[in-house]
Design a protein around this ligand. Sequence first.
Ligand SMILES: N[C@H](CCC[C@H](N)C(=O)O)C(=O)O
Length: 261
Amino acid sequence: MVLTFYKYQGTGNDFVIIDNRESIVSKNDTKLIARLCDRKFGVGADGLMLLEKPQNDEDDFTMVYYNADGKESTMCGNGGRCLVAFASFMGVVKEKAVFTAIDGKHHAEIKDGLVYLQMQDVSTVEEHESHLFLDTGSPHHVELVEGLKEYNVDSVGRKIREGAPYYTEGTNVNFVEQLTDKSFLVRTYERGVEGETLSCGTGVTAVALAMHTSNKTQAQEVDIQTLGGDLKITFEKEEAGYRNVYLIGPAKQVFKGEIEC
Ligand SMILES: N[C@H](CCC[C@H](N)C(=O)O)C(=O)O
């Protein structure tokens, strides 16, 4: 079968996207999905998304996300932004979108060439001695480090991801360096890619909320620099946690292709 796919990237986090509204790809074909994400034997990507038919009247579409290992995973923030851009490119939506992903309903808007993606509310931010932990649709361990540019993200990130208390379930690991009173540099070891990615959307969202929780910033609009580009996170602090959390940034189509599979 010849499969048409689209390659997108959001601040360097890259994805294969397939319009699967006619169910050409079976949702549990782990082997095919891992092959498509393979950077030597396939297209190559950090993850893959299927654009699926909506499951209810309010939604425009459904998002299904897979890590590069071919297994369905939790929410992908950069992937969600890319899927909204793809849905607009395909004429499924104009500049506003409502869709359901594994962590629930999301509203999004394309404005001034950027995709604004509303993330789920976050009710709990765990504060530990050396780090913070929270779930922004995917699990995130967040720790401040010095000299982040030279830091060995891959090996230290892997140890944390595999060790206590995460073990097999794992977590994403975000290393942070404060730049100003409302901006940070972030590098992320991403679960399921099992390596550093150029950026991680749910990760930078977690960092922004963690830095606010630990009083490193009082701002409710935080700028994050990643190796793949710049993202902005806006949010409202409420009694217990955070709401109206938005992940804002670019999402670009790199190429369209066909692959025999
Ligand atoms: N690999 C992550 C999901 C994708 C996260 C990242 N690509 C993002 O933009 O949020 C996990 O298994 O938790």
